[in-house]
Design a protein around this ligand. Structure first.
Ligand code: 13P
Length: 251
């Protein structure tokens, strides 16, 4: 049985004031005991947020890490070991905003994935197609290529300690959610693809959905057989909305 995960990606949002308010509000929410809840604040707020949620069952992760695990001469970067040292336990790799805006390619993402795992962090590997790719019938091929960039390079065993987030780019921040059926179709295909390498790892692998997840659509998405939770952007900045999404992932 896969334990659901709901992760809030705060992206480049918040100030000291608004983040203090958000974590205070989050810490008093009723969170479901059968769901893993994680939040991903901006790097400069990680330490504050880690301290603020230390007594809650909320895990804190980073939105990115450097391509090398250990410290070194990489100006402006943060290593996975430094994140682990702070108290982070997860890291998002390959978010489409970084693939597009920072021109991160599959090779870079693979190195970040290795760095994260080597430092003891669980990577959340983001995959997803553009609208043009979907309309050309290339959604599955795109996502499979992004998964294969890890799978073929590192072997299926690395997916024992990883999460895949399917985030169709056309559904991110647009209010356009993939329908539960559209999302389920890709999730099932990702799982079937991993199962070609290991049926048991595929069965255990958490595949979460991201793209305009809200309290109003979460239950229907999470009810799908292969959707094991969500990676939530905008709606994770509101404690009531985010906790409602977390509860929708529980039993
Ligand atoms: P939205 O929930 O704002 O669409 O963002 C999704 C996302 O990119 C999470 O990583």
């Amino acid at each position: 049985m896969r334990r659901p995960l709901v992760a809030g990606n705060w992206k480049m949002h918040g100030t000291r004031g608004s983040i203090a308010k958000l974590v205070t509000e989050l810490s008093v929410q009723a969170m479901p005991a059968d769901v893993d809840v994680a939040i991903f604040p901006g790097l400069i707020y990680l330490q504050t947020v880690l301290a603020a949620v230390a007594d809650c069952a909320i895990v804190v992760g980073s939105q990115d890490c450097a391509v090398q695990m250990e410290e070194g001469a990489l100006t402006g970067e943060t290593s996975a070991l430094q994140l682990q040292d702070l108290g982070c336990s997860m890291v998002i790799v390959g978010h489409s905003e970084r693939r597009q805006l920072q021109e991160e390619n599959d090779g870079v993402i693979c190195r970040k994935f290795i760095a994260a795992q080597s430092a003891g962090l669980t990577p959340i590997l983001c995959v997803g197609e553009t609208l043009a790719e979907r309309e050309a019938g290339l959604a599955l091929l795109t996502v499979q290529r992004q998964v294969d960039a890890i799978l073929l390079e590192l072997g299926v065993d690395v997916l024992r300690n990883a999460v895949i987030a399917y985030e169709p780019i056309w559904a991110i921040g647009t209010g356009l959610t993939a329908s539960p059926e559209q999302a389920q179709e890709i999730h099932a295909q990702i799982r079937a693809h991993v199962a070609k390498y290991s049926a048991s790892i595929a069965q255990e692998l958490r595949i979460i959905y991201g793209g305009s997840v809200k309290a109003a659509n979460a239950a229907e998405l999470f009810a799908q057989a292969d959707i094991d939770g969500g990676l939530v952007g905008g709606a994770s900045l509101n404690a009531d909305e985010f906790s409602a999404i977390c509860r929708a992932a529980g039993n």
